[in-house]
Design a protein around this ligand. Sequence first.
Ligand SMILES: CC(C)(COP(=O)(O)OP(=O)(O)OC[C@H]1O[C@@H](n2cnc3c(N)ncnc32)[C@H](O)[C@@H]1OP(=O)(O)O)[C@@H](O)C(=O)NCCC(=O)NCCS
Length: 172
Amino acid sequence: MSADHPAPLDVTIRPAGAADRAQIAALKPSQADVSIERRLRETRSGESVYLVAIDGDRVVGHVFLRLYGNPSDPNAPVIEDLYIHAGFRGRGIGTALLVRCEAIAREGGYPAIQLSVGVQNEGAQRLYTRFGYVATGRPVYIGGVYEGMPERVMDLKKTFAVNDRKGPSSND
Ligand SMILES: CC(C)(COP(=O)(O)OP(=O)(O)OC[C@H]1O[C@@H](n2cnc3c(N)ncnc32)[C@H](O)[C@@H]1OP(=O)(O)O)[C@@H](O)C(=O)NCCC(=O)NCCS
């Protein structure tokens, strides 16, 4: 095991609940409480899934999977805000959360999954490319503010192979 790739942790991944609120806020202080509340609410209602990665009793990462997609592409759930605590990166947790998001989308019978990534975020782009995400062709745009600066992002999408889709009506 190289120093660049320490041993993977034995993390648990599960939907976030109200009891995780404080730890989620501490994980990424730049995120607004209102967005945490919205994500928890949409998880309770089943519109979306807010996942947390837990090491022991500590929240070390999260991702929000918005199941209802974008207006221009409503059938492809959107991965938002994949984020791992800086001290826990490079140990497979981001990969595990991404794999879980894809499994949820596939099992829900969705044909594809999408996300946006900063044009300068080469580490994350490498991860998504390895997983088969490709640029949608939408021109680069300002996706929001990241660490106080407007962030230029591009949209990526992964279309699931037909045999991989497991809709609720499937028999297998
Ligand atoms: C990108 C990120 C979610 C990856 O999570 P992770 O747990 O570190 O990832 P993994 O250990 O599963 O490694 C998967 C890949 O992520 C990327 N990665 C790993 N550590 C990273 C780091 N410290 N910084 C940036 N990217 C990293 C690499 O492509 C890595 O693959 P490689 O080691 O074969 O090159 C994480 O680094 C992170 O939270 N970064 C800040 C927030 C962010 O950029 N989120 C993505 C928004 S689209």
